[in-house]
Design a protein around this ligand. Structure first.
Ligand code: DGJ
Length: 732
């Protein structure tokens, strides 16, 4: 890994064993893009990439008389001069102008990576990454722009973000600040996004790029289930195992956009960052604004390789603390078993049976506090309800511990019900616009986390519940989008700051809690997977993936989620049947076979299943304990897509390729059809593996494939709806 500055050509080459990122100072003094992809030899000068020929109807720079930004790749293009593409930023100056030009002044190159201020970010030791910070200045606006690039030694990844600083006396208003802009040299790409809604999150969707823009966004104040802040740009022939692809993951949990724009002259521009809609950030003298960062990855070996890069990078350089790379406890959550209708006795009854099955952690969900007996009241009042918990959270946690279970509980700290003591005392603490109706979502309002005093207050309430109680886990929920966003505390000219300040407030509470209680495992949640993003993983190493616990739907949801996020982060539970959301009946074995590939748990009352099912649950837990390290942190490959076929399959392989677990699922049976073969991946070609009492070479299993008919005793294998197989392979 190295970062080279070629003084004569004024170009930078960031590279490691896998990739190169090349860019440099353009003839007009700004930064221009040259290349991002597979590693190439270093050279003093790559400026042949530049186009100076001129084309009809082109506007050029007056000094060079030949250089047009529009015909060349830009690193961080401005609005209003000779680049007519989507801009990376916009800033309104005191004279009303938005035209600007940031030109090269200096740079620094250093080992490692510095943290962002108050924002989640990837991190690295000095020997693991190198960082380049290029300082550019706009002398007219008296503004500095620092573009930051980190290359990781072992990953085909460059991480970018930008910082604006006001060096002048006049206030400058930032109205658009992207985290990255990457100009690609042609337009032969397909765009892949991960979209959905509640209970059908992160479903992959693809389209060809062509002239014009493709954009996804969130304006909900959360990253959202509707659009995920992760996209892939790939060649049309790229599949799971071959071909070129780029990934862009925004380490941020609020409003965002991701955009690809194909212009008139063969350039494809990728932009990603905070959504400029309703973003306006005034910068006074000496003040700075730092954007979130984007993790840009590249592969020439297909989408599995791209995903594995994100899985490993996030596990090793984003997730922090005690739970980094640590197998996750097997939990039971009472939500689908009791909803809010429980007593301590009922909870302990569920816990006893869970303990008998081998479960390690009990999670008490919504309903333990204030007047919270339904979803009309109580949010904001983080004090135990003595009718339900006579000795409080502390008392219950101790009883759980005495039983041999760890204990954790649910919170939704960003919310308030109008029917709550908190709202009656502080109605102005909710986000609402003066003179307008405040829309309700699940009968609740959103607290104004742009205000420090609100965050402080919630922190002190939660701290009281947590102090001296043996709490091992917190599920942090967030159940509605932000609307009528306006802060009672800020003056009119600062209202455009509220969305971003809100999420910064959320991050600050997370940071305070995890610093004060470092033992706690946080699981983020937002009506299931409404805020499943890289930003959250910095604070909460796992996320409840979806409220849809139907195993068949979950195959799709977990499969889609795996493109951008590690298996260890995907909260996955076995719940009761018929399923609450779909009414579907699926065997307890298939329910677990899907949930094994995630942060595994149960969400039902085990007292209510048959004895045979209970025996099976015990075996499942034993299996998970034996294999969870591999399942959650091994190399994950998607093998058969549930979006393309009636079957789905995936495999997780150990680093050395000697041990693997694969899952094959029949989502819909096919009558009168041969069972076929499932080609595996990631195994050692020469190693011999045992499967169903027979020996196979790794190369056989990867090329001829597993004879699917041999997986079941009746030879039918995938010949029945919802049957599934999970098999462990171990090299002899
Ligand atoms: C939504 C979550 O996704 C559920 O798992 C559950 O915690 C409920 N909220 C509780 O209100």
């Amino acid at each position: 890994m190295n970062i080279i500055w070629h003084k004569k050509s004024r170009q930078y080459h960031l590279y490691n064993d896998k990739i190169s990122y090349i860019m440099g100072v353009t003839p007009v003094g700004e930064l221009g893009g040259i290349y991002f992809g597979k590693k190439v030899h270093d050279k003093e000068d790559f400026s042949y990439v530049e186009y100076r020929g001129g084309l009809p109807n082109i506007v050029v720079d007056p000094d060079t008389e030949s250089y047009s930004r529009e015909l060349n790749r830009q690193e961080y293009p401005s609005f209003g001069t000779t680049d007519f593409g989507a801009s990376a930023y916009e800033m309104e100056q005191s004279n009303g102008s938005c035209v600007s030009s940031f030109t090269y002044k200096s740079h620094s190159i250093f080992k490692g990576k510095t943290p962002l201020k108050g924002l989640p970010a990837t991190y690295a030791e000095e020997n693991e990454a190198m960082t380049l910070e290029v300082t550019l200045e706009d002398d007219v606006a008296r503004m500095s722009l620092i573009l930051s690039y980190t290359i990781f030694d072992k990953y085909p990844v460059v991480v970018r973000h930008a910082v604006f600083r006001n060096d002048g006396a006049e206030t400058v208003k930032l109205t658009k600040v992207m985290s990255t802009c990457l100009d690609l040299p042609d337009q032969n790409y397909r765009w892949m996004q991960f979209s959905g809604a509640w209970a059908r999150e992160r479903i992959p969707q693809e389209k060809d790029l062509s002239s014009g823009s493709v954009m996804i966004e969130s304006k909900r104040g959360i990253s959202s289930a509707n659009q995920n802040p992760f996209i892939i740009i790939k060649r049309p022939n790229t599949d799971e195992f071959t071909g070129e692809a780029f990934g862009f993951s925004l380490v941020y949990s609020g409003n965002f956009i991701a955009q690809a724009e194909c212009d008139t002259y063969r350039r494809t521009r990728i932009l990603m960052g905070i959504n400029p809609e309703r973003f306006a950030w005034p910068l006074d003298k000496g003040e700075e604004f730092e954007t979130p960062e984007v993790v840009m990855a590249v592969t020439d070996s297909g989408l599995n390789d791209l995903s594995q890069t994100y899985h490993s990078l996030f596990n090793n350089h984003l997730v922090r603390g005690k739970w980094k790379n640590k197998p996750r406890p097997i939990l039971i959550n009472n939500w689908e078993a009791t909803f809010m209708d429980f007593t301590e006795e009922r909870i302990l009854h569920i816990a006893e049976k869970a303990k008998e099955a081998g479960i390690e952690l009990f999670v008490l969900d919504d309903g333990w506090f204030g007047e919270r007996n339904d979803d009309y009241a109580g949010l904001g009042d983080w004090v135990e309800n003595p009718d339900k918990l006579p000795q409080g959270i502390r008392g219950l946690a101790r009883k759980m511990n005495a039983m041999g279970l760890k204990f954790g509980f649910w919170i939704e700290p960003e919310m308030v019900n109008p029917d709550s003591n908190l709202f009656r005392r502080h109605p102005d603490w909710a986000l609402q616009t003066p003179g307008r109706k405040a829309s309700l979502g699940r009968h609740q309002l959103v607290l104004d986390y742009s205000r420090e005093e609100v965050v402080d207050y919630i922190y002190s309430m939660l701290k009281k519940v947590l102090t001296d109680a043996p709490i091992s886990y917190i599920k942090w929920d967030m159940n509605r989008s932000l609307t009528e966003v306006y802060s009672a505390e800020l003056p009119p000219e600062k209202q455009g700051m509220v969305y971003h300040k809100y999420i910064m407030g959320v991050y600050s509470l997370y940071e305070r809690l995890r610093t004060e209680f470092p033992e706690i495992l946080f699981e983020s949640c937002s009506s299931g997977g409404n805020r499943f993003d890289a930003g959250m993983l910095y604070y909460a190493p796992q996320a409840w993936c979806s409220d849809n616990t139907d195993a068949i739907d979950r195959i799709r949801i977990q499969y889609g989620t795996s493109y951008g996020y590690p298996i260890s982060s995907i909260g996955a539970h076995v719940s009761a049947c018929p399923n609450q959301q779909t009414g579907r009946d699926v065997s307890i074995s298939t329910r677990a076979n899907v949930a094994f590939f995630g942060a595994f748990g149960y969400e039902l009352d085990l007292n209510h299943i048959t004895d045979e099912e209970f025996e099976e649950v015990k075996r499942q837990i034993e299996f998970m304990k034996e294999n969870r390290e591999l399942l959650q942190f091994g190399k994950f490959y998607r093998l058969r897509s549930p979006f393309e076929a009636d079957q789905a399959a995936w495999i997780v392989v150990s680093e050395d390729g000697k041990k693997a677990v694969f899952g094959l699922y029949c989502m819909r049976s096919n009558v009168n059809m041969l069972p076929g073969f499932l080609r595996l991946a990631g195994l050692k070609e020469d190693a011999v593996y045992m499967l169903k009492g027979e020996e196979y070479y790794g190369d056989e299993l990867m090329n001829l494939g597993v004879p699917v008919g041999k997986l079941s005793s009746d030879g039918l294998a995938v010949g029945r709806d919802f049957v599934s197989y999970v098999e462990v392979l171990e090299a002899k």
